[in-house]
Design a protein around this ligand. Sequence first.
Ligand SMILES: C[S@@+](CC[C@H](N)C(=O)[O-])C[C@H]1O[C@@H](n2cnc3c(N)ncnc32)[C@H](O)[C@@H]1O
Length: 199
Amino acid sequence: MSRKARMFNKKASDPKNRPDLVLNHLELQAGNIVADIGSGGGYFSLRFAEALGKDGVVFAVDTNPGFLEFIKENAREKGLDNVKTVLTSEDSLSLPENVDLVFMRNVCHHIPNRTAYFGELKNFLKEGGHIAILEYRKANHFTFHGLFGHYIPKEEILTEMTQAGFQLEKDLDFLPEQSFTIFSIKLPKKRPDYTRSHI
Ligand SMILES: C[S@@+](CC[C@H](N)C(=O)[O-])C[C@H]1O[C@@H](n2cnc3c(N)ncnc32)[C@H](O)[C@@H]1O
């Protein structure tokens, strides 16, 4: 198990996948609350924990208890006590209701009813909170993710997130294999205030 977790971390931290630039675009603030859904080996969970400081919290969320143990151990070794692990199942997710950022890297293709799932995430986001999605683009069929359908075309993510009630904030194009989009909750349009304008 830990071999797979290490392999995820090796890929996530590879300079060609621009982890520092990914972090910069998330614009995290000390004290923020972040949920890393599908945290895998936890490379990003631990980077978030360092960036958020002692007043921030990272929820490392995964369906695989072995990966969560691996993250717990690494966090302990690094002296990071702001990482909480959350074992989840495919169809139920429980998080606090004040999350600033939901981060989903290479996990959305595992989620069956994505539009409904994305819609549920709104229950956990703070007002002004964001969802960042990194996902393999339509891939070359000779790569692992291409061959096994582990990708989602960006247009599909945009459609699903719009249907779930989000609006696109950033559409970033610097990663070699993935799309990187950041969304916020779409607020209802303000109605014109006729009472004032007609006086
Ligand atoms: C390809 S790995 C990506 C790991 C990590 N995000 C990264 O970028 O290195 C996908 C991860 O999502 C987890 N996963 C799969 N389905 C999930 C679900 N419905 N909810 C949460 N995690 C899930 C897997 O156990 C695995 O750890």
